[in-house]
Design a protein around this ligand. Structure first.
Ligand code: PBG
Length: 329
């Protein structure tokens, strides 16, 4: 008998068969597209370190959101840049705050698009931290009340889901209680449960003008070296009422995504962050790698690791590629 008997290459020979036996698919229905809202009218500010991404006034954002929905992307996550920052980040929970305005406008224009909001203070605070600062340190418990107000104000504006990204202890419980008290019993919480203190947020902080003005976020975001602690964080958020848990960043944390998926019976989201996008865009621009293939490979890997939902700045690029490939068939 000729050896080897089993030849895995048999299933790789023909493209159609390769597709049939593919274990992981990248579908638009699993993607969330992040967007940045600013005050004003008629402005589209390109974000230097994130080619193809913009800070948009609400009128412009609404135009883009129609495209996003038209392309078949089911959800967006909204971030905002306030008119003015203050120590307690008050625009974050203002009725007419930038995100609240954006949510209303998006829901008015494309009611079927899922609108998720990032619940945090760092874009809104003058010190750039995700919580209340006293004597030079970020205080946990006084922050919870503010985060709960942010979440309720987003729900009031019409957000379909809120996503706390601050990493304060106990915030999921505080937000759940506040939402329930305000009768938003049906509004789910997608908790940024395992959020690491990562260098890969660099471009986002330029985009959202949210760099800490002193120190860093290591006293509240997780140490990249820790995996067990991520499981503990997820367990806490699940106990506190998180409906979905998130791992962030994605590419450097595929092991965490995989464990989260295997150890908890919940849908897992992964946030492929600004730095992951910027790296592929930059190398693609320089001709150092094939941007489209690198994008698809990276996002497929995140799904293969176990992410049900992938938040990615590439969502529109993926939509274009899938549309084109459909046309080719
Ligand atoms: C706010 C927040 C950040 C990101 C999402 N929500 C920045 C941070 O924690 O500094 C990062 C997203 C990205 O890099 O794409 N806390």
């Amino acid at each position: 008998m000729a050896h080897p008997v089993f030849r895995p290459r048999r299933l790789r020979e023909k493209a159609l068969l390769r597709t049939m036996v593919r274990e992981t698919r990248l579908d638009l229905q699993d993607l969330v597209y992040p967007m940045f809202a600013i005050h004003g009218r008629g402005v589209r500010e390109p974000i230097g370190s994130m080619p193809g991404q913009y800070r948009l006034t609400v009128d412009e954002l609404v135009k883009d959101v129609k495209d996003v929905a038209g392309m078949g992307i089911p959800a967006v996550i909204l971030f905002g840049l306030p008119e003015e920052k203050d120590p307690r980040g008050s625009e974050a929970y203002a009725d007419d705050g930038i995100v609240q305005q954006a949510v209303r406008a998006v829901k008015d224009t494309v009611p079927d698009l899922l609108v998720i909001t990032d619940v945090c203070l760092c874009q809104y605070t003058s010190h750039g931290h995700c919580g209340v600062v006293e004597n030079g340190s970020v205080k946990n418990d006084p922050t919870l009340d503010l985060l709960a107000r942010v979440a309720v104000s987003h729900a009031e504006a019409g957000a379909d889901m809120v996503a706390p990204s601050d990493m304060m202890d106990g915030r999921v419980a505080a937000i759940r209680e506040a939402l329930d008290d305000a009768n938003y019993l049906e509004t789910p919480i997608m908790a940024y449960s395992a959020k690491y203190a990562s260098a890969f947020y660099g471009p986002f902080r330029e985009a959202a003008d949210s760099s800490p003005q002193f120190g860093d976020r290591r006293s509240y975001q997780m140490d990249p070296a820790n995996a067990l602690e991520a499981m503990r964080e997820i367990a806490l958020d699940v106990d506190e009422g998180a409906d979905l848990v998130m791992v962030k960043p994605a590419l450097a944390y595929l092991d965490i995504i995989s464990r989260a998926k295997n150890e908890f019976g919940l849908p897992v989201a992964a946030y492929s962050v600004s730095g992951e996008y910027a790296m592929i865009k930059a190398a693609g621009k320089l001709g150092w790698l094939d941007e489209e293939r690198a994008m698809l490979e990276a996002l497929t890997a995140i799904r293969r690791a176990g992410a049900d939902i992938v938040i990615t700045y590439f969502a529109k690029d993926v939509a274009r590629v899938l549309e084109r490939d459909r046309g080719l068939r």
